[in-house]
Write a protein that binds this ligand. Structure first.
Ligand code: TRP
Ligand code: SF4
Length: 326
């Protein structure tokens, strides 16, 4: 039996290059070696966006489109909307009963988000319990491995502690230990050199058309010491160069040469990069357009995914109910 992988993403907006390189590419290759379950975590999204919830279901569908366009294959993997499988909430409740408040209050991600996100009131009961629902997601499918970013490591650690506590209280090894699968791809910064994020409006989205990608790339900040075209540049201090390493690794030497010898200006260098990015995004855009024609199809894929996920979830819940209620 191949090992089972579980991962999820919150549908809070359009997916961008950071998601593609940081997560989805990895998911796509895991499909060939593992049994994969991918969830659109709309309950988790609601915890942050409860005052602004109308767009969320639409974002969920858009995200499924992006995933499939990038190569997540509904024939190979299960993909579904978290809220379509109500067992997540039942397991969350079982786990909530035995999760010490201190574990949640000490969670560094929680503390950081309360500090940094000031536009929304996150001092809620559900938001404190965010990692408990995340643990329920993972444990419901008894996942062996979870591909996640570094920022999610404290949540995975909590999940493992909750699983151990459950097994020890109810004296049954119901939940296996799960490990993180970290992505190796270098993190891409946004157009303005800050972390690529929807909230900074500095991302290249997977659904951007070729002209918009070019416009965005041409607006990228370059080596600040290269004021004129005749000044030699410093590729290692230039975000554009780090994009070359990811999207056109065979051309990096050439770029290094034209930059340090001032043979090419930054606008030309960026236009050329845009071409490479567009080459990568073209097939994704094409596939996205193709499946977007038929909204009914994507809804069916999600419904089918939910029923497959629910079968697995029901098996776990039988054991859990038996262990707890007797
Ligand atoms: N918290 C994750 C994020 O913001 C999304 C998520 C929800 C998740 N449930 C999960 C990730 C389970 C991995 C496993 O990215
Ligand atoms: Fe950056 Fe290219 Fe300009 Fe060099 S030529 S500073 S790599 S954009």
């Amino acid at each position: 039996m191949p090992k089972r992988v579980f991962s999820a993403m919150r549908p809070t907006g359009k997916l961008h290059l950071g998601h593609l390189l940081g997560a989805i590419k990895n998911w796509v290759s895991l499909q060939n070696t593992h049994e994969c379950v991918f969830s659109i975590a709309n309950w988790h999204a609601l915890m942050g966006e409860y005052e602004n919830s109308t767009g969320l279901q639409g974002y969920g569908i858009e995200m499924a489109l992006d995933w499939i366009a990038c190569g997540i294959d509904p024939q190979k993997s299960i993909l579904y909307l978290q809220s379509d499988v109500s067992e997540h909430l039942e397991l969350q409740m079982f786990l909530s009963c035995l999760t010490p408040l201190g574990w949640l209050e000490r969670n560094p991600t929680y503390k950081e988000q309360l500090r940094e996100i000031t536009t929304r009131d996150l001092q809620t009961y559900a938001f404190l319990g965010y990692p408990v629902l995340q643990a329920a997601d993972i444990l419901l499918y008894k996942a062996d491995a979870v591909p996640i970013g570094e920022d999610q490591l404290p949540h995975l650690e909590l999940c493992r502690e909750i699983a151990r506590r459950f097994n020890s209280i109810y004296k049954k090894e119901i939940f296996p230990d799960c490990k993180a699968i970290m992505t190796e791809t270098p993190r891409l910064l946004g157009l303005d050199n800050r972390k690529m994020s929807k909230s900074y409006d500095n991302a290249i989205n997977l659904s951007d058309d070729a002209a918009l990608v070019e416009k965005k790339v041409v607006s990228m900040i370059t080596d600040p010491q290269r004021a004129r075209k005749t000044d030699p540049g410093h590729p290692e201090d230039c975000n554009v160069y780090s994009y070359y390493k990811v999207f056109a690794s065979s051309q990096t030497q050439e770029v290094y040469h034209w930059c340090t010898k001032a043979l090419k200006g930054c606008v030309d260098c960026k236009r050329n990069l845009a071409g490479h990015i567009n080459k990568e995004l073209d097939p994704i855009r094409e596939k996205r357009n193709e499946i977007a024609q038929d909204k009914g199809k994507i809804e069916n894929i999600l419904k089918e995914g939910a029923s497959k996920a629910q079968c697995l979830a029901q098996n776990t819940m039988k054991e859990v109910r038996q262990a707890v209620w007797g």
